[in-house]
Design a binder for this molecule. Structure first.
Ligand SMILES: [Zn+2]
Length: 140
């Protein structure tokens, strides 16, 4: 083989080597995707198991660790209700532009300084459904 033949062979084998490496990379990322899919499957199942435990607390009352977690969940749920009530209360409050005192949105004047209160924001209008286009007989 002459020099150029050798060169061509070397370039070809280098190209094959690159192709091999690229193939490995592609295969590795596929494997990584499979791993992360399986991990999220495990997460889903674990979550389902957790939901079952939460739904059947009596079954796990004998396990202090689980009972403790269930108590924490109950406390968090109670806190959520509390915060929701606070949010609802805040939404019915309006701050006086003169003194900053919070007033009910039903009030027209500040109960502290008597200044006129800003108009409460209008409640979101119900979505306007456009009139249905006239139905043309389909001729069936
Ligand atoms: Zn005021």
């Amino acid at each position: 083989m002459g020099f150029f033949d050798d060169l061509v062979v070397n370039v070809k084998s280098a190209a094959n080597k690159v192709g091999e490496e690229t193939g490995k990379l592609v295969n590795t990322s596929k494997l990584k995707i499979n791993v992360s899919e399986l991990k999220s499957e495990i997460r889903r199942h674990t979550e389902d198991i957790g939901k079952t435990v939460v739904a059947n607390p009596a079954m796990f009352a004998g396990n202090p660790e689980i009972a403790g977690k269930l108590a924490e969940i109950k406390a968090a749920e109670a806190k959520i209700e509390e915060l929701k009530a606070e949010i609802a209360a805040n939404q019915n409050r309006v701050a006086c532009t003169n003194c900053g005192t919070e007033n009910s949105t039903a009030a027209s004047f500040c109960h502290n300084c008597g200044a006129k209160l800003p108009e409460p924001p209008a409640p979101p209008a119900p979505p306007v459904t456009p009139p249905a286009p006239p139905t043309t007989p389909s001729g069936e």
